[in-house]
Design a protein around this ligand. Structure first.
Ligand code: ADP
Ligand code: ZN
Length: 737
């Protein structure tokens, strides 16, 4: 070749594991690794990312095509991020092109220039919020539409154009001082985030626990990478520790990445960050528009935002001046992506911190057993905050034996009495029930059967208010009919969901203001923020809710927490079901008795003697964790082994199993020892959304042979005949098995 310019190896977002080789664009500077390029790909053109430069290609020189255009003069994915993403593609056995494109906002993935003038967005003013709806003329349809949109979120010119709102309608609203225009605000784009004033110098005096934790981290700060497990009970002041650590980094002109499970559920945390750090904050989460995500990403990339806060995929945020990584509620299942590129953001946070050479703090009141184990093994340093702030102390835990006490709609007599007392004292009550809808089954006493979903191995849930039966697994729906089609008798709703408990509470406590927090309620836009706000401001007396209740809310007036049914998790088949139940119970208990009000927690169960519940009575998560770790060790489950789950699904039952049997056969011929092959077996719910689902597990005490076997099996699969009758997915370190 006359040209001795290197071959450019490009990752293209397609489901193929390979990199693709191109020639450098003639007469232009070499596109840097981590920069985007436009390349010819088949009959089309694609935007890919340069991974590296090579001397030679496996393709014949004549077959190499030149890159059409280099899009970035500087790397968009810096060296560390590119390496971490390559590591992730390798570890999760996922095509690098897809992994890289996962890390970029859609606008950049599409090839847009990084340098675009910041877009402007309209915001509603306080005056607008107070007056506009009442005063707007009835014929001003566009203005009304604009206001409705702005009450939810800031909206850009282009979004208004798409909504059919013309510029002069917006100008008229602006003339009355109801709305205003400015740059997109990346520090509070989540709906419902209060705008607290920036906190003055009066920071709270640290507790001894907080001070000890800070001292420990600060003392080792200069050493670079170090992983900490901060085990602090709810209300011990973990957030204040984050705030101080973040302030240290800001003072040193470095960035912090803070991962949170779900932004909509933690408006108080975001409000506190915003109040203290204002313009340094960039939020990255799923409720953003593409434009907002782009702006937030760009602020992080340019080190204009030195505090990047986000959910799962924010673990891929650019951090050119990284100083610290924090994972809040590190046990939370939302850190695991469950489809497509299945990764654990918590684990990748540690991987990135190591490459960045910065400390990482994993924090929780109920750490995952994996992290607990890592701390035991000395890989993480454990820091503890076992005491709550203030005089509240730990709430009293009480178990109610459902075999001994009458109950109606999941509320036992002693619990009802307790609710009455706490309400009479002017306090708030939280009730946890992990079932939404009115009732989990519609049963015919004559035929002795309950209506099933036609597409899933599951009963249909009664949604009485909507007048439908709905499947919570596939979403299919049918009309609610009380008359049995087979015998003509009357069906009955069995059991209770949150709706039914809501109704029952309304009958029992007609004076009380009752709120509900579940996906049925929060699917309406803005409803989540409203529900949380009503509880926080004391306008709700009793809140009944599902898993969403367990997230880090800080409701200072709640003194009673009821767990209506602890039994669902006691006998699960998944090795993690006990861990999840313990976490749920302690997390929801943590909502009781903050501030100066002592709290009480009531757990209803048919199995009061169950060792798990006995263990939790003492609030001793560490005791639970060592008990559970012993069980895991004896059964050979993680963290004492490592897993890869192959999952297949198909319309008929047979192809899914046939596919996994083939995977198993290929694996057993691959010549890797020390890996057990378990299955294929049905998944926990074998039929879901019209498909049969099976699973094959690879299990090994060591990671290396496990990954080697996965690699060889994938290679063998590529060479084998492909079936179109079943789909296959691979999940490394699966959460649910
Ligand atoms: P956690 O995140 O551990 O559940 P938080 O950080 O939310 O706990 O703290 C619980 C409450 O205590 C919050 O209202 C917080 O403002 C307050 N708090 C935190 N640290 C202190 C302190 N050192 N002194 C007084 N109040 C504090
Ligand atoms: Zn279904």
């Amino acid at each position: 070749m006359a040209d001795d310019r290197p071959v450019i190896r490009v990752a293209v977002p397609v489901p193929l594991a390979d990199l693709f080789d191109y020639l450098a664009p003639p007469g232009a500077p070499l596109p840097p690794p981590g920069g985007r390029v436009r390349v010819p790909f088949g009959a089309r053109e694609r935007v890919g990312v340069v991974v590296d430069h090579a001397r030679t290609s496996t393709l014949a020189p004549a077959k190499l095509k030149p890159i059409r255009e280099a899009l970035d003069a500087d790397a968009l994915l810096g060296a560390e991020l590119l390496q971490s993403l390559r590591w992730a593609a390798d570890y999760y056995h996922h095509p690098l092109g897809e992994v890289l494109s996962h890390a970029l906002p859609a606008l950049l993935r599409d090839g847009r220039a990084l340098d675009q003038p910041p877009e402007h967005a309209w915001r509603i003013t306080d005056k607008g919020r107070a007056q506009a709806l009442a005063e707007i003329g009835r014929r001003a349809k566009q203005q009304a539409r604009a206001l409705a949109a702005l009450r939810e979120r800031a909206t850009s010119d282009s979004e208004f154009a798409a909504l059919g709102v013309k510029r002069d309608a917006l100008e008229r609203l602006a003339d009355r001082g109801w709305i205003e225009r400015g740059e997109i605000d990346v520090s509070g784009a989540a709906p419902g985030i209060a705008h607290l004033p920036v906190e003055a110098a009066a920071l709270p005096e640290l507790t001894t626990d907080q001070a000890a934790v800070l001292d420990a981290v600060r003392a080792e700060r200069a050493e670079g990478f170090r992983a900490y497990l901060l085990h602090g009970v709810t209300g011990s002041g973990k957030t204040e520790v984050y705030l101080r650590l973040i302030a240290d980094e800001l003072a040193a002109n470095r960035q912090t990445l803070l991962l949170v499970p779900e932004i909509g559920l933690t408006p108080q945390l975001v409000a506190r960050l915003r109040a203290r750090f204002g313009g340094e904050l960039a939020l990255l989460h799923s409720a953003l528009t593409e434009r907002e995500r782009f702006e937030a990403w760009r602020k992080a990339y340019r080190n204009e935002a030195r505090l990047v806060v986000g959910t799962r995929s924010a673990v891929f945020a650019p951090l050119p001046a990284a100083g610290l990584v924090i994972v809040d509620e590190e046990h939370d299942g939302s850190y695991k992506q469950q489809s497509g590129f299945r990764y654990s953001a918590r684990d990748l946070a540690v991987v990135r911190a190591r490459r960045l050479g910065v400390p990482v703090v994993l924090a929780s009141a109920t750490p995952s057993l994996e992290s607990f184990f890592n701390a035991q093994q000395g890989r993480y340093r454990k820091l503890e905050m076992p005491r709550r702030i203030g005089s509240a102390g730990v709430p009293k835990l009480r178990i109610i034996d459902l075999r001994q006490h009458a109950s109606r709609q999941a509320l036992s007599t002693p619990l009802v009495a307790a609710i009455g007392e706490h309400l009479a004292a002017g306090n708030q009550v939280l009730l946890f029930l992990n079932r939404r809808g009115f009732a989990p089954a519609l049963f015919c006493p004559e035929c002795k059967d309950a209506l099933q979903c036609a597409r899933c191995d599951a009963r249909l849930t009664v949604h009485a208010r909507a007048g439908v039966l709905r499947c919570h697994h596939c979403g299919s729906e049918r009309k609610l009919e009380w008359v049995c089609r087979t015998c003509g008798g009357e069906r009955i709703a069995v059991g209770a969901g949150t709706q039914r408990v809501d109704d029952e509470l309304a009958a029992l406590f007609p004076e009380a203001r009752i709120g509900r927090l579940d996906r049925d309620v929060t699917s309406r836009k803005g409803a989540l923020a409203t529900v949380l706000d009503e509880v926080a401001s004391g306008r709700t007396d009793v809140l009944i809710g599902t898993q969403m209740l367990t997230k880090g809310h800080d409701f200072p007036r709640v003194t009673l927490v009821g767990v209506l049914n602890a039994d669902q998790g006691l006998f699960g088949t998944d090795p993690r079901s006990h861990e999840r139940l313990a976490q749920t119970i302690l997390q929801v208990s943590g909502r009781a008795g903050r501030a100066e009000r002592p709290g009480e927690v009531v757990i209803q169960t048919h199995y009061p003697e169950h060792p798990l519940l006995r263990c939790l009575l003492g609030h001793d998560y560490a005791a639970f964790a060592s008990l559970a770790l012993t069980e895991r060790r004896d059964a050979g489950w993680p963290p004492y082994s490592h897993l890869a789950a192959w999952r297949a699904d198909s319309v008929e039952r047979e192809p899914a199993y046939a596919l996994l049997k083939n995977v198993r056969a290929l694996a057993s011929r691959a010549g890797v020892r020390d890996v057990a092959l378990l299955g294929p077996a049905p998944q926990a719910m074998e039929r879901k959304d019209g498909r049969y689902r099976a699973q094959l597990l690879f299990r090994s005490a060591q990671r290396a042979p496990l990954h080697e076997l996965v690699r060889r099996t994938l290679l063998a699969l590529r060479g084998a005949a492909q079936t179109r009758r079943a789909r296959l997915a691979l999940d490394i370190d699966p959460l649910e098995i």
